[in-house]
Design a protein. Structure first.
Length: 325
């Protein structure tokens, strides 16, 4: 007779979303962590600070495109009444320009904001409701897949906003998959507004992800602090450094956390010990940069056709309206 049979099972923490992701990513070769882990309360605050950095041109450039073209974008999106749904809304600071244009066109507009960050959504709802009368704001906490489910109930002619180059976090095949999920919830004639950062000078790109003030470094490092707090790990952030790299083959900026020494990190709640060689990295983010051709390929494979694209004078950022076919 054997003793009591032991049913092998993962520790409880490994069954939470963060536990599962950290377990997967830190046992993978090479080590990776998904960028959604950035966005705890501190990470969301740091991201907001990034959007105001001189080097981080993305947010202000996309905002300038909206400021110049909001009425045109809304007019192109539908001749019927619009419901606006935003994926990865964050604090939705740029969205206001589009919502104001929608209110000019149709007096009132329903706006559904979806994001993983509860605190960011609360701020968005509060600000938009007080600053733009005529907008009825609903919000949902969820990741992209969960969020997309909500589109079903949203009604009328739908305009899905997926702006800020959030799509750039996905590998191209996953990006197509995400857009297909969106498309599946839409009817022909509904629209997608996609913001996608464009390929440009390498140093401009690198500086945007490795700023002088070190805010992006703090944003990247915050993942370790979050894992320490939520999974009782013992990462020493001083023993890692932020790295940004341009990967020309894949047309993407990569962010990594590089171990400065050979070391072990213990994550008791996952019953995991993670070994790092000196110079080994955790790959924490991809930020793809697109040519118009790449964008067209991506949206077409997902069942959309681009109807209009807008850019800035330097052609640094692209805003694309795509109709569900
Ligand atoms: C929010 C995914 C668009 O890739 O530029 C900013 C996140 N990472 N600085 C980006 C980010 C480092 C950002 N996105």
């Amino acid at each position: 007779m054997h003793g009591l049979s032991t049913i092998p099972r993962l520790p409880e923490a490994a069954q939470t979303p963060i536990g599962a992701e950290v377990y997967r990513g830190l046992t993978a070769r090479p080590k990776t962590l998904s960028p959604w882990l950035f966005y705890d309360q501190e990470g969301s605050r740091l991201f907001e600070a990034i959007t105001e950095l001189p080097e981080y041109y993305l947010t202000r450039t996309e905002r300038a495109i909206f400021a110049q073209n909001a009425d045109g974008i809304i007019a192109a999106a539908s001749d019927r009444e619009l419901t606006v749904i935003e994926l990865g809304a964050g604090t939705a600071t740029k969205t206001g320009l589009l919502l104001e244009a929608a209110v000019r066109a149709q007096q009132t507009v329903d706006y559904l904001a979806i994001d993983v960050s509860h605190s960011a959504l609360a701020e968005a709802k509060q600000r938009i409701e007080t600053q733009i009368p005529g907008v009825r704001v609903a919000s949902r906490v969820g990741d992209y897949t969960e969020g997309i489910e909500e589109i079903h109930a949203a009604g009328k002619s739908r305009l899905v906003l997926y702006i800020g180059s959030s799509i750039g976090n996905f590998e191209p095949s996953d990006a197509v998959q995400v857009l297909r999920e969106v498309r599946r919830r839409l009817s022909p004639g509904d629209n997608l507004l996609l913001g996608a950062d464009r390929v440009k000078d390498r140093d401009v790109l690198l500086n945007a992800y490795d700023d002088q003030a070190g805010v992006t470094a703090a944003f990247n490092m915050n993942v370790l602090t979050r894992i320490n707090r939520e999974l009782c790990a013992n990462f020493n952030p001083r023993l890692f450094r932020h790295r940004a790299r341009w990967n020309d083959d894949h047309s993407r900026i990569e962010m990594h956390l590089e171990s400065l020494i050979a070391q072990h990190v213990v994550i008791p709640s996952l019953e995991l010990e993670v070994k790092f060689a000196r110079g080994e990295t955790i790959h924490t983010e991809n930020s793809y940069k697109f040519n118009d051709r790449d964008v067209a390929w991506m949206v077409e494979r997902a069942g959309f056709a681009i109807t209009t694209s807008w850019t800035d004078e330097r052609q640094w950022f692209g805003v694309h309206l795509a109709t569900a076919v």
